[in-house]
Design a protein around this ligand. Structure first.
Ligand SMILES: *[C@@H]1O[C@H](CO)[C@@H](O)[C@H](O)[C@H]1NC(C)=O
Length: 280
């Protein structure tokens, strides 16, 4: 993984630190917060695994909180018959009016596609789901899943291909998360009451434990500490937007792989679609 250019400003003064930071170390960056030993940091911090069995799933969270950031992580999803399992990877703030930016990977029977579920919550309100199938098998290898969150937009990307953009449209009254710091979370748990084909397909516990693996956690964010966020003004992701070729790839994904879009679900919103859906 290449070191992102936004580290540029610190390279000159803190070469030692940057070298350490570039070899992402899970034991420094995250803590396993639940699962009673089912979440493990291995290979000197280079690999993290979460597992799920009949009694429990597991999860980890970042040590830092961020107010805006670009988070990249390599994930290899539960292989084989993963029906009923859900692997989540999200940013979330605290409290009852929380903000949240979600990736959720809903498992499936062997050979059937995973569903990638995305959502954006602001002030505790979500209802902005888009779902996708993938153009590759996410269980065969590690792929990079990225959340870019800056003051103008949120971009969900997979291996550098944007799959969703949620723009800051506060100017027309759409809430946008921009004042509550968020932590990075990931969990693996059982949701066979709804996850696979709406709950019709149950988890096959004879295949347990189920395992998802993680590498190369890279958080290039504005770290929140004692009520202040610190980020370098030269962080290029802070004003990043989609260029023409990324926009074309986004359209390719949305045209060929999107399986649900709240913005076209007129049955669900009989009073009219949310305003961001009809914005130009
Ligand atoms: C599982 O596979 C079925 C059949 O291909 C598909 O309709 C569904 O979207 C897949 N994903 C989930 C989570 O059910």
């Amino acid at each position: 993984m290449t070191m992102s250019s936004s580290f540029g400003c610190v390279v000159s003064v803190l070469v030692g630190f940057v070298l350490v930071a570039s070899a992402a170390d899970f034991s420094q960056d995250v803590e396993v917060t639940w699962g009673d030993g089912r979440g493990k940091i291995l290979e000197n911090g280079q690999l993290l695994t979460l597992s799920l069995d009949k009694s429990s799933g597991s999860g980890f969270q970042s040590r830092n909180e961020y107010l805006f950031g670009k988070i990249d992580m390599n994930v290899k999803l539960v292989p084989g018959n993963s029906a009923g399992t859900v692997t989540t990877y999200y940013l979330r703030s605290q409290g009852s009016t929380w903000d949240e930016i979600d990736f959720e990977f809903l498992g499936n029977l062997s050979g059937e596609p995973y569903t990638v579920h995305t959502n954006v919550y602001c002030g505790g309100k979500g209802d902005r789901e888009q779902q996708f199938h993938l153009w590759f098998d996410p269980t065969k290898d590690f792929y990079t899943y990225s959340l870019l969150w800056n003051p103008q937009r949120i971009i969900f990307s997979i291996d550098g291909t944007p799959i969703r953009e949620f723009k800051n449209l506060e100017s027309i009254g759409v809430p946008f998360p921009k004042s509550q710091p968020m932590r990075v979370y990931s969990t693996l748990w059982n949701a066979d009451d709804w996850a696979t084909r709406g709950g019709l397909i149950k988890t096959d516990w004879s295949k347990a434990p189920f395992t998802a693996s993680y590498r190369n956690y890279e958080a290039d964010g504005c770290v929140w500490s004692s009520g202040k966020s610190s980020c370098s003004s030269s962080s290029s992701w802070l004003s990043q937007e989609l260029d023409i070729s990324s926009r074309q790839r986004l359209q390719w994904v949305q045209k060929n792989y999107m399986i649900y879009n709240y913005c076209t679900d007129t049955k669900r919103f009989p009073q009219g679609l949310p305003i961001e859906c009809t914005a130009p």
